[in-house]
Write a protein that binds this ligand. Sequence first.
Ligand code: ZN
Length: 276
Amino acid sequence: MTSATELPGQPRTGPIGGPATPRATCVLAPNPSAMTLDGTNTWILAEPDSSLAVVVDPGPLDEGHLAKVVATAEAAGKRVALTLLTHGHPDHSAGAARFAELTGTRVRALDPALRLGGEGLGVGDVITMGGLELHVVATPGHTGDSLCFHLPADRAVLTGDTVLGRGTTVVAHPEGRLGDYLDSLRRLRSLAVDEGVTTVLPGHGPVLDDARGAVEYYLAHRAKRLAQVETAVENGHRTAAEVVAAVYADVDRALWPAAELSVRAQLDYLEGHGLI
Ligand SMILES: [Zn+2]
């Protein structure tokens, strides 16, 4: 979900889609909404001199979009050889089975229910394809099955819905847990600080050029919201809906149902830590 605040880290201006780094090209899916921002970013990854491409998040089941992903890869002289999922939300994964059929590829994901044609994805796995190297990073929190993909050669990370190009994301209680999410954000901060990652290639919204700034903004935002939720509870707001009305007054009401999931995750976290 989004908040009114723009991220630091200079989102790239202009239309979303097209080449973002030497190895990553975005094809924007036609599914814009309050939750998906401009739509889902489907990523095509390949070494510049290789004919083999990896696709991350085929997106919704939209024949026109899936065909465009294949055509975009082919126009660059690439054949899609593998499909990966950052997580199971349908705006990222609903088109995966059809896309696998179109391309004859396997689908690899953390959740066994989403896999097609063989092996899954494990934390710390290194995926190689035509010289391209991707490192699988565990980032549960938005959902239990959320992964990020580190693309060291471009000093970039594909974040799915863990970090968005605009606003902030939902911790989708009960599967998504706030403690996990904070750990995941710290893991992404380490990628920026220790591994030199600068570019965020998100699942929605524009590319970000300051990965560390973006992650620190998310950590600060979560700390601020958590303190607000704690205060709301202290002031007598008991139900998640009451807390949303008190804390998320600055957020579009269309996002309140999503905010309620995040509030439930925060209440769970505060209770678990004996803070309320
Ligand atoms: Zn999602």
